[in-house]
Design a protein around this ligand. Sequence first.
Ligand SMILES: Cc1cc2nc3c(=O)[nH]c(=O)nc-3n(C[C@H](O)[C@H](O)[C@H](O)COP(=O)(O)OP(=O)(O)OC[C@H]3O[C@@H](n4cnc5c(N)ncnc54)[C@H](O)[C@@H]3O)c2cc1C
Length: 458
Amino acid sequence: MTAAGPRVEVLAGWGMAHHARSRVYRPADEEGVAHAVNDAVARGLSLTARGAGLSYGDAALNQGGAVVLTEGLAGVVSFDPASGRVTARAGTTLRELWTRTISQGWWPPVVPGTMEVTLGGCVAMNVHGKNHAQSGAFGAHVEGVTLLDGDGATRRVTREESPAELAAVVGGMGLGGVILDVTLRLKRVHSGFLAVEGWATRSLEDTLEALRAGVADSDYTVAWLDCTGGRAGRGVVHTARHLDEGHPLVGEGLDAEAQGLPSRIAGVLPREWAVAPLKALNRPAGIRLLNAAKHGAARVRGRSRYVQTHAAFHFLLDHVPGWKRIYAPAGLIQYQMFVPAESALSAFSAALERQRALGVPGHLAVVKRHRAEESAAGYCMDGYSLAMDFPVGRGEGYTRLVRLCAELDAVQAASGGTVYAAKDAVSAGLGRLPRKHDPRFSSNLVRRWQAASPHPQP
Ligand SMILES: Cc1cc2nc3c(=O)[nH]c(=O)nc-3n(C[C@H](O)[C@H](O)[C@H](O)COP(=O)(O)OP(=O)(O)OC[C@H]3O[C@@H](n4cnc5c(N)ncnc54)[C@H](O)[C@@H]3O)c2cc1C
């Protein structure tokens, strides 16, 4: 057992725009986590767990309190290749998980846009993938967790014996305690490849309709959306299907090496070199150009059909390691609004219109179809989401972004929608857009479990 620390450190949200000063514990094992919790409680500090810290905003920050990192809790504990039932420690990343299980034909049932997230973070935020409408969010596939609560007690919470308690842990942002391990049902796959289809859409209406229809006859659906210029709302839709048992590629690609992301982008540019040219283009004219080029290329290709590895299809953003440096030093925020299906067209049209009017277009935007389900996270509705990345500018640009966020809040609220806490830190209910290290913008507006009030400074 080791319980290093705690040290006072400034941690950042993944988007680099939100920072918080906390007492940080780096326990090496479960016993160390229990020790950290007891120590933080004895000091009267509020406490939050932190996985890979890949939440864009403030979800894994805790200004003035304690943060327990779960990096020491890594590794698969047990895996049954016959049933696909796996138990892994909470700090295990999805990359570590699928690397271990794919050779036996098992893949995580739900993955977000990066494979570097931890299982604890996936449960606590109830993350969704490109198959939310078809297969539900991460929590729908969780059989149980081991939880360490604020009294230092450890207990098993399972779907079979304590479904209500498990439902509160799933999407509960870790407010119920530190998740120590997760038992999950994996998805059987017969090939390391997916059959992908992609095509360009002409308008927002077209994009939403393509996603709606795509859900009925595919396993995964997603659309990239152009938020720039006079054609904002056009996009590129991708659907993907698992290969059936008779397909010639069955049995192929089922190893970590085959799933490896290509070392060069478009076969030319080494992945590590991509940040500099993308950073040079990360300004209004460059972003318009990139969006137009992406749409234009898809239009020229027409309806394209090809096979792609699971990793390449799901983790597009992992193709460029450290791509967020494009937005350094001020960082980026992601605004993701979820709205009911019937109001998606008007809400997203209004969101695009507000961006145009304020001159703050989203640099990268993604639309997905979702389904309603029980989750403490509360974002899972029968509808669509629109996720938009914005650079956190300075001066006038910053002021316009703050105004845009408030206007997007109004659009989202008027549509009966909500935001997703894994991305959020700027919507009215949860916080504000912070300036670096400014204590007035302490990100700790989400109530932390075992909170001491008022929080003593670490
Ligand atoms: C490039 C990129 C793409 C993304 N795409 C998607 C997407 O498609 N869909 C989606 O849903 N999300 C997406 N996300 C968001 C990401 O999946 C979530 O924020 C996820 O929770 C991050 O996991 P993490 O391990 O980094 O958790 P952290 O960010 O460290 O923590 C997230 C929350 O979980 C809690 N937590 C973490 N570990 C534990 C634990 N062991 N016990 C208790 N509580 C814990 C934290 O307190 C915090 O509230 C994306 C993020 C990035 C950077």
